[in-house]
Design a protein around this ligand. Structure first.
Ligand code: ADP
Length: 527
């Protein structure tokens, strides 16, 4: 017994053990049964190869064992094809499967005669039988069925997803490696090739076993790197063991050790890389899921706001309507105190209506349902009307309210009148609201860039840079604001920015700092 025959024998034992193992796992599953048959034929091929190597000196014996090698080899194509059809989950072609087994049975019968192989060819590493006519035909049918195997797997790969896809990738790699086994035919045609091809059989069976049994498959990259490293080391080891002189042996063995050492380093680095990638992929998946959840939550919130706002609007307009009818004396004369209170009810309902409108705008914007009715309007007229509406409020508060219209005669902008009015209203209302004493100045100019610019300046509470940066966000209010002015939710400026974006305009704020007043600007193109 020499190194050349130990290896195929060991490979045969391994292959058969794996086959039995897979079968024992699930004897009722036809895929496992066919895989067992496949591994059985591979081990027949490998095991008998060892006996051919051992009996080269006795031609009769060598031919006897080589015909047994072919018993295994001949049945590899049909079992491979059958297995690939089952595993890739595509529609099976029963006739082709049956044809594979029939053809192989025929070749098996022929392989017992000299029409298939006969005589021995001797090589430095051992011997091989010589191919004849039916051997050539067998090689053709072998190529045909192996091609079909790859077609099956490619189809399966396209169709499958998730874990099955990964499994098929494994099987594909296994069969590509098995494909190298065809070089094992070359010595039958007088070509001197060192017979390490049988390792391909063992490797393929190892990979497929792994793919069938493991559900959390390791990255195929690691497996292939490992296999090729082991393969290279093994070939170098055989080479060393077959060295003719001690010097040669030392040289070859050192080479084997060095390559094995670097192989281990390589495998480790690949493992590390794969692990990092897998961790990253898992994290990305989690993030995506979290993002989806957030989106759903946001949608639910928008819908809730929309429904609640609609429900609030109707009773609110009834309250406002009756309050003003009472104030006007439609139900009998009211005294001054009662009128004052009714006025307060009216303005509180106005503020609530504005808030509800902001909430409705928000949910419309987020649902992409905000509609704009475009028209050309005179900007100064629009501002003027807001100023007139809010002047009493400023006056009541004792704030000095100025309106400086510095626009040319005709300054038209293209806008949704109601929405732009809402923005201007919000800015001036804020300026009055956030200015305890002092002034509010509203100025409208045309800039050299042909924009209508509205500046609402006040001497109120002012803002620091941090506040300026955040107040245009959704539900964002200044730091002290919520305590001092409880009404308001921090939506007005957010909605204003969105509306201005649609108008191809801009809105921004400036302030010297807390307590130093602020100026809010709106710019919109002039037509
Ligand atoms: P709300 O007024 O309901 O809080 P807005 O979106 O209109 O919502 O304003 C957001 C925040 O911007 C306010 O809470 C306030 O902190 C700040 N702000 C707006 N206008 C002024 C202003 N004229 N002076 C100081 N701070 C202001």
């Amino acid at each position: 017994m020499n190194a050349l025959s130990i290896l195929p024998l060991l490979s045969a034992v391994c292959t058969l053990t794996l086959g039995i193992f897979v079968l024992a796992k699930n004897r009722k599953d036809i895929t496992n049964v066919i895989f067992f048959l496949f591994s059985l034929f591979v081990s027949v091929w490998l095991g008998n190869t060892a006996f051919v190597f051992m009996s080269c000196s006795n031609e009769k014996m060598a031919i006897f064992w080589d015909r047994l090698v072919y018993f295994g080899v001949i049945f590899i194509p049909p079992t491979c094809y059958h297995f690939s059809a089952l595993f890739s989950g595509i529609k099976k072609n029963k006739y082709l499967i049956a044809l594979g087994y029939i053809i192989s049975t025929f070749f098996f019968a022929i392989s017992r005669t000299d029409l298939f192989v006969s005589q021995l060819i001797y090589y430095p590493w051992g011997c091989h039988t010589k191919a004849h006519l039916f051997h050539n035909l067998f090689v053709l049918s072998f190529a045909f069925f192996i091609t079909l195997v790859f077609i099956n797997l490619a189809k399966g790969l396209k169709k499958s997803t998730g874990i099955q896809k990964i499994q098929i990738k494994y099987i594909l790699v296994a069969f590509i490696i098995l494909g190298f086994g065809v070089f094992g035919f070359l010595p039958a045609y007088g070509i001197n090739l060192y017979p390490f091809t049988y390792l391909a059989g063992l490797i393929a069976v190892v990979i497929i076993t792994y793919a069938i049994l493991r559900h959390h498959l390791m990255n195929i990259k690691v497996i292939t790197t490992e296999i090729f490293s082991i393969l290279v080391s093994l070939v170098l080891l055989i080479n060393a063991l077959l060295s003719k002189s001690l010097n040669n042996f030392i040289l070859n063995f050192s080479l084997f050790l060095a390559i094995s050492f670097f192989s281990v380093l390589l495998i480790r680095s690949v493992l590390k890389e794969v692990k990092t990638r897998e961790e990253l992929a898992a994290l990305t998946e989690k993030l995506q899921a979290a993002n989806e959840d957030l989106k759903k939550l946001d949608k639910a919130k928008s819908e809730f706001i929309s429904i609640a706002s609609h429900q609030l609007r109707t009773p609110l307009s009834i309250i406002k309507g009756f309050a003003s009818m009472l104030e006007e004396g439609s139900y009998g004369q009211m005294n001054e105190k009662a009128k004052d209170i009714l006025g307060k009810i009216g303005s509180s309902s106005d503020r609530l209506t504005r808030l509800i409108n902001d909430l409705l705008d928000l949910s419309r914007m987020e649902g992409g349902r905000m509609k704009f009715e475009w028209e050309f309007i005179k900007m100064d007229e629009l501002v003027q009307s807001v100023v007139e509406e809010l002047a009493p409020q400023a006056e009541k508060k004792g704030v000095n309210f100025k309106w400086l219209n510095q626009t040319p005669e005709k300054m038209y902008v293209r806008a949704d009148k109601e929405k732009l009015r809402q923005v201007v209203m919000n800015l001036i209302d804020n300026a009055i609201k956030y200015t305890p004493k002092g002034f509010v100045e509203v100025k409208l100019v045309k800039t050299p860039e042909n924009m209508a610019r509205l500046a609402v300046k006040d001497s109120g509470i002012g803002m620091d840079q941090e506040e300026i940066n955040m107040i245009f966000g959704k539900f964002m209010r200044g730091k002290k604001v919520p305590r001092l002015w409880t009404e308001g939710v921090g939506l007005g400026l957010y909605v204003a920015r969105k509306i201005l974006e649609e108008h191809k305009g801009n809105v921004w704020a400036e302030s010297e700092g807390e307590g130093k007043g602020s100026t809010f600007f709106v710019e919109i193109p002039v037509y």
